[in-house]
Design a protein around this ligand. Structure first.
Ligand code: GTP
Ligand code: MG
Length: 215
């Protein structure tokens, strides 16, 4: 039997037609009014957060990138399609800053993560080339304990062969299953080849649609 055309769950093409820088906030108090959904990107310094935001928005220099870890130090807001925010967060594990600055950073980011009501999904980025690192696993588990909604994005997939990408993701999943009953959503990305762009944007779009039906 042939199904009517509306039964097919066609993937929705998501377009970003506008991406504007709004503010770099040093802390939660200075973040914009939290009246729209926001999707934040976090992960170790240099993992590729800012590059991913540029890739997703089709913009070369919207978020500042650097080969030197520690480029992003503030909570950076980008308004997408006049409708929702992408938030570029500073990376954790940046060795070159002093202890005091690190403590201040983690205090500000922690407060943002724990209290920002409009934070819809926290995307945690991990470098696909590395075995599960304690620092990432501890952070992922901490976010889980605090009931922060997360999704994982593996970055720099262009740097590995297809087989190694699969092996790395499977190894990661197996490791996470030691701590998680049900795994969060997982994406594989490359800012070089644009791998993962449609999947990530589609995921955000589905959640945005869900949120607007709840409101
Ligand atoms: P901080 O702001 O310092 O925390 O770093 P970040 O996570 O924002 O990383 P950023 O986007 O600045 O990228 C760090 C370096 O990795 C840069 O040299 C990028 O060009 C490179 N890079 C990022 N994503 C990819 C990727 O998908 N593939 C490859 N090959 N290089 C990437
Ligand atoms: Mg950055």
């Amino acid at each position: 039997m042939q199904l009517p055309y509306f039964c097919f769950n066609m993937p929705k093409k998501v377009e970003i037609y506008k991406a504007e820088f709004i503010i770099s906030a040093p802390n939660l108090i200075q973040c914009p009014k939290g009246d729209i959904s926001e999707y934040a990107f976090i992960g170790r310094s240099n993992v590729g957060k800012s590059s991913l935001i540029n890739m997703l928005t089709n913009r070369k220099d919207l978020a500042k990138t650097s080969s030197t870890p520690g480029k992003t130090q503030l909570i950076n807001y980008y308004l997408i399609n006049h409708d929702w925010y992408m938030v570029d967060l500073p990376g954790y594990g940046w060795a070159k800053v002093g202890k005091k600055q690190k403590q201040q950073w983690s205090k500000n980011v922690r407060e943002y993560l724990l209290k920002r009501k409009s934070l819809t999904i926290l995307f945690i980025l991990v470098d696909i080339r590395l075995n599960p690192q304690d620092m990432d696993i501890e952070f992922i588990n901490w976010a889980g304990e605090k009931e922060i909604p997360i999704a994982l994005i593996f970055t720099k997939a262009d740097k590995l062969s297809k087989n190694k990408v699969t092996g790395s993701v499977n190894g990661y999943k197996k490791h996470l299953k030691n701590f998680w009953e049900e795994l969060p959503a997982i994406f594989i990305s490359s800012s070089e080849t644009r791998q993962g762009r449609e999947e990530i944007l589609e995921y955000i779009s589905r959640i945005n649609n869900m949120m607007s039906t709840i409101k």
